[in-house]
Design a protein around this ligand. Structure first.
Ligand SMILES: Nc1nc2c(ncn2[C@@H]2O[C@H](COP(=O)(O)OP(=O)(O)OP(=O)(O)O)[C@@H](O)[C@H]2O)c(=O)[nH]1
Length: 572
């Protein structure tokens, strides 16, 4: 995987990690803010809704309590058969009717079960006695239950089948001086109007409901959930608030909140709140207890409606755009400051490794990589100089070795290899120019005896001196060499036949003269051959050797020139 891919992959991974962490932190933070805000709003809303409910009920409850204490009613309730007391009581009832908001009332007497009622239309004027309550009838059970429980005040949402109305009933017990229950009075509020005024107020995202002390739903915008005539229903058959929630955890939570508030015993302003799911949407539930009526008020705030996610889209857009800009900038910086210089450096390293020192332009950012590139350029320069020096040295050493391989170590003349190459060149030249050249082969006479008599070192000295005399005797452009042992060869080129003879003689006489003047006298036998174009190297050597052999055989210290086409060489 390339460095670029790795860096981008690492970057992407870092962004994913950082993005996830940010998202998580954002969610936690926003959830915290929403929770705090929501709880605050829920508390305000729950208090506001409670106040609205109490405001519209308080006056009615107060009037009903006043009515229950009316002495005319209490006296009549104790002796309901008295027509005089009944007439006074009905007058009293009618005066209350006009004061109640609903302009309706009811009075039920414990003594005879008589139920009195009149409504806003004064429909039952003079005929307020409506029917007799029957302890056996389920629809009348509320009356007997309330008396049994001895609750002085009770709110009850109940359809009155006899009267054909569904109302929120305010029930207040009538007691005599001895606190004995003698009956019940109250008024009703039209449920639909009440729901519309207090509960279903059309505030989008806010749901208000009221439940009784046991959690049974009393006021809710959906009438199907309202637990009518709660008082007479056995536990377990009531429409309790947990019906609104699908999640068992939410059910437990909401019932737990009711329980908590009960334990706090109507502490003023106490509100419990928590997150719940209603119809698949997240809501914040605020719950307050209303001690004045013994109910709980529950406010459900639909957070998605009140604080839609779309509110956060601009934030998300800003985040994504910032992320993309950051990515682009980061990519640009990585590309220009790291990747491009590193890639150029890598290709430059390849070139140098292949021995190519002509480096292209290498970008040098102002950072460690730039300095590395700079060091590399300088190092490549040094390596190039060193390489050139080494190459020059190797070339010169090779040349030297080449030369040494063709030079005789003792005399400094060409050795046999040098002579071989030279003769090969001359043969080619002769062939090319159709012009021959001369070859002299000479051998020190009785050299073995010199070695034997004077020692090997003296032998060597004599060989060196013969070489010097040989060089002096030939022309500057002739090539003397040592063939091996005490044998020397001279290649004469260019050369005429006369030159060959002349130089061969000069060599012999020079050696004889010089040696006798400077030390141990030595003589040489000389064989010569003037080559013709087309002669091979073997022919050359053989002919020269034959001439030398002849010179030796004829007594040594003499010159013999081998004629090219003659069977015998001439001693000269
Ligand atoms: N000192 C010395 N002796 C050498 C060297 N190379 C060969 N020799 C000796 O040179 C002698 C050559 O002898 P030959 O050419 O065979 O015979 P010669 O004694 O010269 O007799 P003729 O050639 O017949 O006159 C041998 O004894 C070799 O050992 C060398 O480099 N130095």
């Amino acid at each position: 995987m390339s460095l670029k891919t790795r860096i981008l992959a690492l970057l992407a991974a870092l962004i994913v990690v950082a993005g996830s962490a940010s998202l998580l932190a954002y969610r936690e933070l926003s959830a915290g803010i929403i929770e705090r805000w929501g709880k605050h709003v829920a508390e305000i809303q729950v208090r506001y809704d409670s106040a609205r409910l109490l405001q519209s009920l308080e006056r009615e409850i107060g009037l009903a309590r006043q009515m229950a204490k009316s002495s005319a009613l209490v006296q009549w309730a104790r002796t309901p058969d008295s027509p005089g007391l009944e007439a006074a009581a009905i007058r009293q009832m009618e005066s209350f009717r006009t004061n109640f908001r609903d302009n309706s009332y009811f009075v039920a007497l414990k003594n005879n079960g008589h139920y009195y009622y009149n409504n806003a239309a004064n429909e039952f004027a003079g005929n307020q006695f409506r029917y007799v309550l029957d302890p056996e009838k389920p629809e009348d059970a509320w009356f007997y239950r309330l008396i049994d429980e001895g609750r002085d005040f009770h709110l009850n949402v109940n359809p009155d089948t006899e009267l054909g109305v569904t109302k929120l009933w305010i029930d207040v017990l009538m007691r005599d001086q001895n606190s004995n229950i003698v009956g019940m009075v109250g008024t009703g509020l039209n449920l639909d109007d009440f729901l519309q005024d207090i509960v279903d107020i059309g505030q989008e995202g806010i749901t208000t409901l009221f439940v009784d002390y046991n959690g049974a739903i009393q006021l809710y915008r959906d009438r199907n959930y309202i637990d009518f005539a709660t008082i007479i229903k056995p536990e377990g058959q009531k429409n309790t608030v947990d019906l609104l929630f699908d999640n068992p955890q939410d059910k437990r939570q909401i019932l737990g909140m009711l329980q908590m508030l009960k334990q706090r015993d109507g502490e003023t302003g106490a509100v419990e709140s928590g997150f719940v799911t209603v119809d698949g949407r997240e809501h914040l539930a605020g719950v307050a207890f209303l001690p004045a009526i013994g109910w709980f008020e529950i406010t459900l705030l639909d957070l998605n409606t009140l604080l839609p996610v779309s509110y956060l889209w601009p934030l998300l857009a800003v985040f994504i755009i910032s992320l993309l800009i950051t990515l682009a900038l980061f990519h640009h910086v990585i590309q220009s400051r790291i990747l491009r210089p590193v890639i150029s450096l890598e290709s430059a390293v390849h070139r140098v490794r292949e021995g190519r020192f002509d480096l292209p332009y290498l970008p040098k950012p102002d950072n460690e990589i730039g300095r590395l590139v700079d060091h590399f350029e300088k190092m490549a320069g040094t390596v190039q100089d060193t390489t050139r020096e080494l190459e020059a040295k190797v070339a010169s050493r090779t040349e030297e070795l080449h030369r040494l391989a063709r030079v005789d170590a003792l005399t400094g003349l060409k050795n046999r290899r040098g002579l071989d190459e030279l003769m090969a060149e001359e043969i080619q030249r002769a062939h090319r120019e159709q012009k021959g050249f001369g070859l002299i082969w000479l051998d020190v006479d009785h050299f073995k005896a010199i070695n034997d008599n004077f020692g090997h070192q003296t032998g060597d000295d004599i060989l060196c001196r013969v070489a010097l005399w040989l060089k002096a005797s030939v022309r500057p452009y002739d090539h003397p060499g040592r063939w091996g042992g005490d044998e020397f060869v001279v290649v004469l080129s260019p050369c005429e036949a006369e030159d060959l003879e002349q130089i061969a003689h000069r060599i012999r006489t020079d050696v004889e003269r010089e040696s006798s003047q400077t030390g141990t006298p030595v003589t040489v036998s000389v064989g010569g051959y003037y080559s013709l174009p087309g002669d091979s190297i073997e022919t050359l050597l053989r002919k020269a050797d034959q001439a030398l052999y002849t010179a030796k055989r004829e007594g040594r210290n003499r010159v013999v020139i081998q004629k090219p086409d003659a069977a015998e060489a001439d001693t000269v």
